[in-house]
Every structure is written in structure tokens, then in C-alpha cells.
Write a protein that binds this ligand. Structure first.
Ligand code: SF4
Length: 379
């Protein structure tokens, strides 16, 4: 039970009678519960390391389904759609951009998924020719508190009959108990991965690599499609051997035929977050490498260094899994070219390639129509 991650629950009285709150109260164990509506002044003085131990459940009428805010040209974006059902995370990664991005230090969960479901349907209906990938893991970890919230079940049940859509639950956790078994057809459960030495040093309170891969294997055995995110890839001594070992461990447990996609992304963060990271984690090694400010204002490793490490990881993945869809998160066309020999012409083209790969590999299983390029260009 995720009680070790959370120390207190605060419930806004306005949502006390919702099914989600009833479920949390039934699963909370010995955790103390407070009933009150919080405002920004109430949490203004809560330091982040304590806020990450508090789960605040409240309401919000809408505006929680948005295109991924990840990047601007020239960096390519896959046009992922993010669902902000929860914000903030009980894990504490030294490199996490949420440290600077989110105003609230407490984990905030919006109790009623219905407005979110309405927004998802509106988006799907407005563009029936597109296949949408949605995910709850952009401003939170999709499963870290799932044994208490049971949110995954609500979302997977909702998506089960949605035709031109799929949901990805992205996590570093092993809280997969509530995932339906057998799996619904249009769900991908994905894990962020890094060498165990990085997990131990930089991903505080998050499960080990071996535990994540065991959870992935159990999901795969239940019929789920699986994803992996090498993100952020960090430069380090012996990095080549360590990342090679991660790739080896993945493919020793999971057959490539059930892996929907793998992403690669190097460490990046808005320049102004450096001070926050240094202050919160003075001993962290992530800021040691030489970085430059990109055209989107984010700090990144120098391009030749990114290309060198991507080439290796990409090559090992391709050796083990020639057909798996591999993409770069927030990378430039020049980097795509240098690593893969080509690049999508636009965000729409990358989105289309995603859909095409899903259709070719799993189209019948996830009941997907053949994607047409013009439907992606037009939207
Ligand atoms: S698991 Fe993800 S969201 Fe949570 S602290 Fe780490 S990087 Fe941030």
C-alpha cells in the first residue's frame, strides 16, 4: 500500500461524497484525514518534500485535457494529449521539472473524472480521422498511488470502448494491482527506465529497475501493451555499459512483439530551474555535465554528446527489436537525422508515423482504422 509515500490526506468538503473519495477512505489504512478546502495561501509555506507526502482531493470543472506542452519548434513533438487528473508526485527525482513547473507542492487529485471524460470525447469527435494517444503521466506518476485511488480502473473502463483513442499509463511504480486482468485492448502501461545506479541516486523513493521490469512483465502476461521511456538519459561515467545493461534487462523479460513504443530523451530543463535543483539536491550529480541553452530555453547536453549516446542506445534497441516504434522526445530534426538517418517533417508527421506503426503492428487488436496522412495534416 502506498501509505509509506503519503502521510496525510486532505479532502475538500465539496467532493466528500464522490465515489473516488469513498474509495480512498476505504483504502487509506491508518493515514490521518483532514476535511477542509485549501487555498493557495494554505500551501504557500509547505516545502516541496513535505507537500509530496500530502494527498489533497478536490474538484475542478474542466480544462484538464490538453496538448502536451513539451516543446516548440525546431524540436519535434508527437502531439500527445495529456490528462491532468492529478498533479505532483510522491517520488522525488532530482531532475524532475515539476519542481519548478507546478505551483502547488501538494499532490492534488481531482475527484470527478466526468468532466475529463467529456473533454476527451469532444476532442475525439472533433477529429474522427485521427488516432489519439492520451496519458495521465505528464504532471504526475500514473500509478504511484493507484492502490489507494483506483483511478486506473476508471480510465481503462472509459477507454475500453473508445474507437480512435488509446490511453498510456506512465509510471515508475509497481502499483499494478488495480489494472484489469485480462487487459483492455487500447491501453499501454509504460515505465521510465534508467540504470539502477541512477535510480538509487537520483530517483528518490521510486522502485528499483528490477521491480519495474517485473511489474512490466506481469502486465505483459495479462495482455497489456508495454512502453518504455529512456528519459531522461543522463551522461555519466560507464554510461555505455550501464544503459546497455538496461536494454539487455528489458529484452530478457519482455518480448518486442508486445512493446508498443520506446522513447529516448536526454536531460533537459528550463534554465531557471537549475537553482531549484541545486538548492533541493546540493549533492546531486545531474548538473555536472556541460550543457547549453536550446532554442526553447531549455538546458540540454551538447548536441554531439546527445547524438553519441542516442546512437548507442538506439542501436541496441534496434538489434533486439527491429520493428518497435522508437522516437525522441523534444529533439531536433538534426538529432533525428544523425541517429536514424531521417526525421519527421513536422509534429503532424510524427503523430501520423506513431498511428501508422500502431495500426501495422496492433491495428486489429486495438480495433483501429487505417490512418490516412491527410487526416493528420489537416488537424
Ligand atoms: S517520477 Fe516523474 S513526476 Fe515523479 S518526481 Fe520523478 S520525474 Fe517527477
Amino acid at each position: 500500500m502506498s501509505g509509506h509515500l503519503i502521510q496525510k490526506i486532505v479532502i475538500d468538503p465539496a467532493v466528500e461524497e464522490t465515489p473516488l473519495v469513498r474509495r480512498i477512505l476505504a483504502e487509506k489504512g491508518n493515514l490521518p484525514v483532514e476535511s477542509r478546502a485549501w487555498t493557495s495561501t494554505d500551501w504557500a509555506d509547505i516545502p516541496l518534500h513535505l507537500g509530496k507526502r500530502i494527498l489533497y482531493v478536490t474538484g475542478r470543472p474542466g480544462g484538464l485535457v490538453k496538448p502536451c506542452p513539451a516543446t516548440n519548434p525546431p524540436y519535434l513533438c508527437c502531439r500527445y494529449i495529456t490528462i491532468h487528473a492529478m498533479t505532483q508526485c510522491p517520488f522525488d527525482c532530482t531532475y524532475c521539472v515539476l519542481q519548478g513547473y507546478l505551483e502547488r507542492p501538494v499532490i492534488t487529485l481531482f475527484a470527478d473524472p466526468k468532466p475529463i471524460f467529456k473533454e476527451i470525447d469532444a476532442l475525439r469527435r472533433a477529429k474522427p480521422g485521427r488516432f489519439f494517444r492520451f496519458g495521465t503521466g505528464e504532471l504526475a506518476d500514473s500509478l504511484a498511488l493507484d492502490d489507494m485511488t483506483g483511478l486506473s480502473e476508471d480510465y481503462l473502463r472509459f477507454f475500453r470502448n473508445r474507437r480512435n483513442a488509446l490511453i498510456e499509463l506512465k509510471t515508475k511504480s509497481v502499483r499494478i494491482e488495480n489494472l484489469p486482468d485480462p487487459a483492455p485492448r487500447n491501453a499501454v502501461i509504460s515505465w521510465s527506465v534508467n540504470p539502477q545506479s541512477v535510480i538509487a541516486r537520483e530517483e528518490l523513493r521510486a522502485p528499483s529497475l528490477a521491480d519495474r521490469l517485473d511489474a512490466a512483465k506481469r502486465c505483459r502476461d495479462a495482455g497489456y501493451l508495454i512502453g518504455f521511456h529512456f528519459d531522461p538519459v543522463l551522461l555519466m561515467e560507464d554510461g555505455e555499459a550501464r544503459y546497455r545493461e538496461v536494454v539487455r534487462q528489458i529484452f530478457s523479460r519482455i518480448d518486442p512483439g508486445r512493446i508498443a513504443w520506446i522513447s529516448l530523451g536526454s536531460l533537459r530543463f528550463p534554465a531557471e530551474y537549475r537553482k531549484i535543483m541545486q538548492k533541493r539536491f546540493p549533492h546531486a550529480r545531474i548538473l555536472d555535465g556541460e550543457m547549453i541553452r536550446g532554442l526553447d530555453g531549455k538546458m540540454r547536453y551538447l548536441r554531439p554528446l546527445r547524438v553519441e549516446m542516442y546512437r548507442k542506445i538506439y542501436g541496441w534497441i534496434r538489434d533486439a527489436a527491429p520493428d518497435v516504434f522508437v522516437y525522441f522526445c523534444m529533439e531536433s530534426p538534426a538529432v533525428w537525422n544523425a541517429v536514424t538517418g531521417g526525421h519527421p517533417e513536422s509534429n503532424a508527421e510524427l503523430d501520423f508515423r506513431f498511428a501508422r506503426s500502431l495500426w501495422e503492428r496492433f491495428g486489429r487488436e486495438i480495433r483501429m482504422d487505417e490512418p490516412r496522412r491527410d487526416a493528420y495534416r489537416a488537424s
